[in-house]
Design a protein around this ligand. Structure first.
Ligand code: HMG
Ligand code: MG
Length: 311
């Protein structure tokens, strides 16, 4: 399949990236992270989650983060909303898009949102209706589409089935998620081949965690399946609190580097993105997980030193 000339990257670092942090992250840091990402040209930003603070304490400041975010024109701010309580918070906070999240395995659905897949769809129905009524964009995620930490293998038919149910709810976009980062490129082709028979390819996106180091290969495989939207997390931050051992999403810096190398536009300034990845990693006291980000930062440092020596 012909590669696209442009892709849309949804930056999920402030949400998927930070939700799993054990230490509280100050609201100031979250807000500055969002500001820096928007300044680097990110146009779709998943800023936070309106979920139960008992389940995910790190997202308890969702309303504060939202209240303090800059809102440059042409940007879309998304938040996770598992139920109507979450939707009401999102609406009051002025979110542009709400994200409902289902799973392709019953076990993961229970652990993550405390209900069966069928119950979750019923819980999402009023959220979907309210989103339409208020003209908010509606996105969905299908977790554990490539493997489940509790069930193991996940049949492709289960991914298709839940994607179809989410499409029937009227979702504008459905993200096929490798929550635990186990999928491989061949599997990506099989899953997208099946799901695109039920949901138009333009409405699908890829959400790849990088636990097994396959995420960039999986993004590339998705591109070749005609997928043009990807979630990514600055510095590769993150993991799901209900998927122990799973690491962060594919790093945004790595995806942007890949796309620009393929001549595909992202609208993102890679230099500023790299700075942001290095900055948030320093804030969290750890090394960035982005290979491209670290290499570019090291090269810059090297160039700076050489310039100083020759001056
Ligand atoms: P529950 O305990 O069954 O819900 O949780 P409940 O309705 O019985 O409510 C329990 C308490 O939570 C009540 O408070 C509610 O008011 C409160 P209490 O009366 O005990 O004081 N509550 C809320 N508070 C704030 N906002 C809300 C909300 N809803 C209830 N929206 C529930 C069910 C869905 C709420 C819970 O399981 C939950 O919040 N789960 C979220 C888990 C989560 O955020 N996981 C990570 C995000 S998903 C992800 O990372 C995957 C993704 O990246 C794709 C991938 O990689 O797979 C998207
Ligand atoms: Mg995720």
């Amino acid at each position: 399949m012909k590669l696209p000339s442009r892709v849309l990257i949804t930056e999920v670092g402030p949400r998927d990236g930070l939700q799993n942090e054990k230490q509280p992250v100050a609201t100031d840091v979250k807000v500055e992270l969002c500001e820096r990402l928007l300044g680097a040209g990110v146009r779709q930003l998943e800023a936070t989650s309106f979920v139960s603070p008992k389940w995910v304490p790190q997202m308890a400041d969702a309303a504060d983060v939202m209240a303090r975010l800059p809102r440059p024109q042409g940007t879309r701010i998304s938040v996770l909303t598992p139920n109507m309580k979450g939707f009401e918070g999102a609406l009051a906070a002025g979110a542009d898009e709400v994200v409902i999240f289902a799973a392709a395995s019953e076990a993961f659905s229970m652990r993550n949102i405390n209900c069966s897949i069928a119950e979750s769809i019923e819980r999402f129905r009023p959220v979907a209706e309210a989103a339409k009524a208020h003209r908010l964009r509606l996105r969905a995620a299908v977790s554990v589409a490539f493997g489940c930490p509790y069930q193991g293998e996940v049949p492709v038919a289960a991914v298709v089935d839940v994607s179809q149910r989410l499409r029937d709810l009227g979702c504008d976009e459905i993200g096929i998620a490798d929550t635990i980062g186990v999928g491989t490129a061949g599997q990506v082709e099989r899953v997208f081949d099946a799901v695109t028979r039920a949901v138009p390819r333009e409405q699908l996106s890829g959400h790849f965690h990088d636990t097994y180091g396959q995420a960039i290969a999986n993004v590339t495989a998705s591109l070749r399946c005609g997928i043009e939207r990807f979630d990514a997390s600055i510095a590769g931050l993150g993991g799901c609190p209900y998927a122990k051992g799973a690491t962060g999403n594919v790093a945004t810096e790595d995806v942007v580097y890949l796309m620009h190398g393929l001549g595909i536009e992202t609208g993102i300034d890679l230099d500023r993105l790299v700075d942001t990845g290095q900055w948030i990693s320093a804030q969290l006291g750890r090394r960035s997980q982005s290979r491209a980000g670290n290499a570019l930062a090291a090269r810059r440092e090297h160039n700076r030193m050489s310039e100083r020596e020759t001056a």
